[in-house]
Design a binder for this molecule. Structure first.
Ligand code: KIV
Length: 244
């Protein structure tokens, strides 16, 4: 899975073997230049989702539910998810689970596929220091195991695991029936996701441990995206040095 935010990126993704596209609220940081993802609104996420859908990638499109959309209760969450589906998303992604299990269950029962997201939750980040590996203590690791089980009961169809120890990610991936998609969570996940700008090396100033540049500036993005997909499929990416 790779993020995309516009029609042109989606057109390029159509030419690759990447499986699915995430219209992430990371758009706020990598496109709009904000410090965090919390400025994303339903309208803005729908606009980017529409652009990606218009690009005709032919891939499964997941759109991020923006900050505070599930926290405002089930009716608002449903309205927001429906808005993103009408904009062209095939599914929505929700960060976290505690406190909004009912909203997630309602979306799933209403026929809206929901992807979960655990570990580092960018919408909850308050300062740059919060971008760090999660679930490192035994208590936090146990809380994550419980959250995975809760999301499985809620009926999510897949689950992003962001910035957690590779050993824990492999353990929960083996224990749950829900396919896991890692970012900074090691090779034991069922799939991987990277942000478009990171994997194509478009922001050389951002070099997190888990980021590998599959294309250098000026190189063909289609080749870079296919190299990324091939490296994930073969197990070459991520390596232990790209994990925690
Ligand atoms: O918004 C986003 O790009 C994401 C990924 C980091 C998983 O949620």
């Amino acid at each position: 899975m790779v993020t995309a935010y516009d029609a042109n990126s989606a057109r390029l993704i159509a030419e690759t073997v990447v499986d699915c596209v995430l219209v992430g609220d990371s758009v706020m940081m990598v496109v709009h230049g904000e410090d965090n993802t919390r400025g994303a609104t339903p309208e803005l996420m729908a606009k980017h989702t529409k652009e990606v859908a218009r690009g005709g990638s032919g891939k499964f499109i997941i759109a991020d539910m923006p900050y505070q959309s599930v926290q405002q209760g089930t009716p608002f969450a449903f309205e927001c998810a429906q808005f993103l589906i009408e904009a062209g998303a095939d599914a929505v992604k929700v960060e976290g689970v505690r406190g909004h299990e009912d909203a997630i269950k309602h979306l799933v029962k209403s026929g809206i596929p929901v992807m979960g997201h655990l570990g580092l939750l960018p919408q909850s980040v308050q300062s740059p220091d919060d971008y760090k590996v999660q679930a490192k203590t035994p208590a936090d690791a146990q809380a994550l195991r419980e959250d995975v089980a809760t999301l499985e009961r809620c009926g999510v169809f897949a689950l992003v695991l962001e910035c957690i120890p590779a050993k824990l990610a492999a353990e929960v991936s083996a224990a749950t029936k829900v396919p896991t998609i890692g970012i900074g969570a090691g090779a034991g996940c069922d799939g991987q996701v990277l942000v478009w700008h990171d994997l194509l090396g478009l922001n050389p100033d951002f070099k997190a441990r888990f980021v590998r540049h599959f294309a250098q500036e000026g190189e063909d993005p289609i080749k870079g995206l296919d190299a990324y997909a091939a490296a994930v499929h073969s197990g070459d990416y991520p390596q232990p040095k790209e994990s925690f």
